[in-house]
Design a protein around this ligand. Structure first.
Ligand code: SF4
Length: 223
């Protein structure tokens, strides 16, 4: 089983990019893989569509089982795949999130050991990442985007932190002055881009999700 793959969005990247995923929200045994998921869980793209195909969800579960049961073997396999596939950029979690501080640290260690690879992750595990940043544990080749819609939204400082917001339309995204990552993730991987916008693309209608309950819609910047 390969740990690093390419989804259709990653395949459009401007460099040799791969992604890594685990089950979204909870695994098949009820283990919380997105411990700080909030409003996002109801319209979660990673709990629908191609992500629910049995081969995809089995692979996600197998990757999670490996990292929880044998983190050392997991680390060695990731390092080996990064080299073999000549990966230039890795998105950690096209599905799932950092489920505990030790798991976050494992990825920071992998990034430390792979200085030529650019790592990035959207996350709702804001406090653990901020703790690691405050302790100087985050290598320069790993950038995080705090994504709104979780239970730690109040910890995000949108004037300083890289963050993402889900918009109802491309026009609303542009009006707020956010960088679009609806088609490719290149802006999310770029440390210099602070405000990342995505257009909602879940299978449920937006009105049937809880996105409207997320507080603090970015202000419109254009007249
Ligand atoms: S954190 Fe991401 S993957 Fe997890 S439930 Fe929310 S949207 Fe889905």
């Amino acid at each position: 089983m390969d740990l690093l793959t390419k989804n259709s969005k990653i395949a459009k990247s401007n460099v040799r990019a791969y992604n890594f995923g685990i089950p979204a929200f909870r695994d098949e045994r009820g283990f919380a893989t997105c411990p700080f998921a909030g409003a996002c869980a109801k319209g979660c793209y990673a709990q629908a569509g191609a992500y629910k195909f049995s081969n995809v969800s089995k692979a996600f579960q197998a990757r999670l089982d490996l990292v929880r049961q044998n983190p050392q073997a997991f680390t060695l396999q990731v390092l080996s795949e990064l080299k073999r596939k000549k990966v230039e950029r890795l998105r950690v979690h096209d599905s799932g999130d950092f489920f505990n501080p030790e798991y976050l640290q494992l990825w920071l260690d992998i990034a430390h050991a792979s200085p030529t690879v650019q790592f990035y992750a959207y996350t709702k595990s804001v406090q653990w990442v901020k703790d690691a940043q405050a302790k100087g544990q985050v290598p320069t080749n790993f950038t995080f985007v705090f994504s709104y819609g979780g239970r730690q939204d109040h910890l995000i400082d949108r004037n300083r932190d890289r963050h993402s917001w889900v918009f109802s339309s491309l026009q609303a995204l542009k009006d707020a002055g956010y960088a679009d990552t609806s088609e490719t993730d290149d802006n999310a991987a770029d440390q210099n881009v602070r405000c990342i916008g995505l257009v909602y693309h879940g299978t449920k209608k937006l009105s049937n999700t809880q996105w409207q309950a997320v507080k603090g819609e970015p202000e419109r910047k254009v007249s």
